[in-house]
Design a protein around this ligand. Structure first.
Ligand SMILES: N[C@@H](CCC(=O)N[C@@H](CS)C(=O)NCC(=O)O)C(=O)O
Length: 197
């Protein structure tokens, strides 16, 4: 298994899963030039991180695809509900929503020049806050019922990219509780410490 990663990037969620599952995996950090090379484009067609190579050499791009694929190693269903569990559909909904909506708002916030005019950043921030407000009114302690899942870890990763994090967590006790609870786990702290290398 190989993971192509970048410090502080969408590879964090994959690193957390590898850590939690105790899986051995080579972690490689390609530089900007490497990511533009034809050989890298063969495994990651858009030159994006993360990309994962399975034991039989198959490349998997998109963080959501990698998370779902790695769940097959979670035999105790500690990181997500089992597919036949009633809360599995809720887990799928949340992790997909985070990967497609909040992730993309954060990309627009951080790379506005790729998306258009001056309004991009403020619109992205408004979309991020709408997702945070939605999470705040959930009845459950975590995104998926009473059980912490990889959806909470995915949310944590995205929150670490929020340049206005303190402001976003103020008056959102549920969001803060999820952020603090994920961030206090040893596996997550180990991965986050690595992001600063
Ligand atoms: N939808 C993709 C987004 C991947 C993505 O945009 N990754 C960023 C890092 S967080 C990246 O590769 N940025 C470098 C670039 O776009 O050149 C996923 O979930 O994997």
């Amino acid at each position: 298994m190989k993971l192509y990663a970048m410090h502080g990037a969408g590879s964090i969620i994959v690193e957390i899963m590898l850590e939690e599952l105790g899986l051995n995996c080579d972690v490689i950090y390609p530089n900007d030039e490497d990511r533009k090379s034809p050989s890298f484009r063969e495994i990651s067609p858009y030159g994006r991180i993360p990309v994962f190579i399975t034991n039989d050499g198959k490349p998997v791009f998109e963080s959501l695809a990698i998370v779902l694929m790695l769940l097959k190693h979670d035999s105790k269903h500690a990181l997500a509900p089992a597919p036949d569990d009633p809360s599995y559909s809720q887990f799928l909904s949340w992790i997909t929503y985070l990967a497609t909506t909040l992730y993309s708002a954060l990309l627009r916030f951080h790379y506005p020049d790729r998306y258009g005019d001056d309004k991009v950043t403020s619109l992205a921030l408004a979309e991020m806050r709408a997702v945070y407000d939605h999470i705040e009114v959930l009845q459950s302690d975590y995104l998926v019922g009473g059980q912490a899942t990889m959806a909470d870890d995915y949310l944590y990763m995205l929150l670490t990219w929020d340049e206005h994090l303190e402001e976003s967590l103020t008056n959102r006790p549920k969001l803060r509780a999820i952020y603090d609870s994920v961030g206090s786990r040893p596996a997550v702290q180990k991965v986050m410490a690595r992001q600063e290398d």
